[in-house]
Design a protein around this ligand. Structure first.
Ligand SMILES: NC(=O)C1=CN([C@@H]2O[C@H](COP(=O)(O)OP(=O)(O)OC[C@H]3O[C@@H](n4cnc5c(N)ncnc54)[C@H](O)[C@@H]3O)[C@@H](O)[C@H]2O)C=CC1
Ligand SMILES: O=c1[nH]c(=O)c2[nH+]cn([C@@H]3O[C@H](COP(=O)(O)O)[C@@H](O)[C@H]3O)c2[nH]1
Ligand SMILES: [K+]
Length: 500
């Protein structure tokens, strides 16, 4: 009996480089479009779901919560909210993203007409908001009676027990918008009437949202935001192969746009069963994984996956290869899966998007992954570094760091998903609890990464990810030529040693 041996070694992104193609004059970074499919589609048709940038954030407690999801969708990518929490908590995170309307905020400072000037001042001190909505019951969605801003009272003259009804701008004098109007329509009204804030009410004059002048400008700065038809941000969620009958309907009910089965090894009957169950009971997009070869890919596709996630053991916090000895170099895995995807497309006319998950260290690794066939990448460490990640920012020595822990670490498993395993459940960890250098805001970093990717794509003469996948020329680098790629034979100045 002899095991099957692969003839090629398992390779990583670090071992490859792109060779430039002819760059035409009309192929500059601003000509590059990074739009990319995330759900399967038929040849000649458009996918139901696409991303505006090929970035997704990992299904991890230390990476993808609703704050990250909003920030990333605002830039055109997608987060998969972590599934290692109760069904209710995960659904609440999804709902929070879906209910978040860019530019439309739920009023957080509210009083009734019977409250007094003192109440206004107290509330203002507490919340810092100078606009107070006055509703019949003092809630954010009560019947709107008026608005109070700092222009409606003079603390030096007015008595503190003056009733709000005496000095608010009453509803009859308010300019307001009707629910359903778009942000740009709201903004037109704001400009036309020189307002700072426009209340939005429904047919029964119940307050829905406030739109502030300043938020519109912030929104305009994000032309590639990933929105659904309802102008809510698109969001994904991770599920497992155990409680899906309960979890999936709750997530769908909360408005989730796409699911992914989250596991280290997706080539299992558990995943096939989960896919078939979800596909036959719900109308929702669902990806599966992770796999690292053509067999795993075809198995999941034939079970109904809308996209497939590639990568075992390459993640920054992964110790799966050390602990269990399973996995494959990320580049080799991707290259083989891409070939299988291409063959499947030729044979069936169905395009299955693939996601490269884990092991992205440098920005050029993203470009390489795309060139090797990935339609988008998933990253944990990359996003964990930002203000928007859910974890604590700490100072260690002179440097700020943020926490990151793997989903296979005991810390993540504490929420009891592994209970079903009982004593036979996993008794060893497959992930570490660690830190990453803090890197600032998501948008700033993402803009830089996107700048680099687009620039490399123009070197390769590619204006789209599809162009890159078709025309990229990729070379293996020898161990010795790797040295040539870094700064070498010079003495580095202190200042250049610290940068990436
Ligand atoms: N991409 C990667 O390389 C790795 C990722 N991870 C992450 O860690 C987390 C946990 O991953 P896994 O340990 O693979 O989780 P998992 O819960 O899917 O699998 C754990 C074990 O349970 C088995 N199993 C799955 N469904 C079952 C069912 N319904 N009944 C009985 N047994 C079942 C699996 O075959 C496996 O042996 C995920 O978030 C995953 O993404 C962990 C290690 C490596
Ligand atoms: O071996 C592992 N043990 C873990 O505890 C673990 N947690 C996450 N992941 C996987 O790593 C991916 C993120 O990788 P990066 O941080 O390198 O972007 C993620 O997207 C996962 O695929 C794990 N792998
Ligand atoms: K397996």
């Amino acid at each position: 009996m002899v095991a099957f041996y692969y003839s090629e070694p398992s390779r990583t992104f670090n071992e490859f480089l792109l060779i430039p193609n002819l760059t035409e004059k009309n192929c500059t970074p601003k000509d590059v479009d990074l739009k990319t499919p995330i759900s399967k589609f038929k040849k000649g048709e458009q996918p139901d779901l696409s991303l505006n940038i090929p970035f997704s954030s990992a299904v991890m407690q230390s990476v993808s919560d609703s704050t990250m999801a909003i920030a990333l969708a605002r830039c055109g990518g997608i987060s998969f909210i972590y599934g290692s929490q109760s069904v209710a908590d995960q659904a609440a995170m999804v709902r929070k993203v879906k209910e978040y309307k860019a530019g439309f905020v739920v009023s957080r400072s509210n009083l009734t007409p019977q409250h007094t000037l003192k109440d206004v001042l107290d509330l203002r001190k507490k919340t810092g908001h100078s606009t107070v909505a006055i509703t019949d019951n003092g809630t954010p969605n009560g019947k709107l009676f008026g608005i109070v801003t700092s222009r409606d009272y003079r603390v030096s003259r007015d008595s503190l027990d003056k009733k709000i009804s005496e000095f608010m701008t009453p509803f009859s004098s308010l300019v307001y918008g009707k629910s359903g109007i778009t942000l740009s329509e709201a903004n037109d009204i704001i400009w036309e009437h020189k307002l700072n804030c426009l209340p939005i009410v429904d047919g029964a004059t119940n307050l829905q949202y406030l739109v502030f002048r300043k938020d519109y400008d912030a929104h305009k700065g994000n032309p590639s935001a990933l929105l659904d038809d309802n102008k809510s941000y698109i969001v994904g969620a991770g599920i497992n192969t155990r409680d899906y009958k309960e979890r999936v309907p709750a997530l769908i009910n909360a408005g989730v746009d796409v699911l992914v089965i989250d596991a280290s090894d997706g080539y299992t009957e558990w995943q096939s069963e989960t896919l078939k169950y979800v596909k036959s009971n719900f109308d929702v997009k669902i990806g599966a994984g992770n796999i690292v070869d053509r067999e795993g890919f075809l198995y999941l596709v034939e079970s109904g996956a809308d996209f497939v996630k590639v990568g075992i053991g390459g993640g920054s916090i992964c110790i799966t290869r050390e602990q269990k000895g399973i996995g494959r170099g990320q580049a080799s895995a991707l290259i083989e899966v891409n070939e299988a995807r291409e063959k499947y497309f030729q044979e069936t006319g169905i395009y299955i998007p693939i996601c490269s998950d884990g092991g992205i260290v440098h920005d050029y690794h993203i470009t390489l992954a795309l060139a090797m066939g990935a339609d988008f990448v998933m990253m944990g460490r990359y996003f964990a570094r930002f203000d928007e990640s859910p974890t604590k920012k700490l100072k260690i020595g002179n440097n700020f760091v943020k926490e990151i822990w793997g989903e296979g670490s005991n810390r993540a498993r504490n929420w009891q998903r592994y209970d079903t395993g009982g004593k036979e459940g996993l008794v060893f960890e497959e992930g570490v609890d660690s830190y990453v250098p803090y890197a600032g805001s998501l948008k700033e970093n993402l803009d830089k990464s996107i700048g680099k990717i687009k620039s490399t794509m123009t070197n390769c003469g590619a204006r789209s990810i599809e162009d890159l996948q078709k025309n990229a020329r990729i070379t293996l680098v020898s161990a010795t030529s790797l040295v040539e790629g870094g700064a070498h034979d010079v003495i580095m100045k202190e200042s250049s040693l610290s940068g990436e």
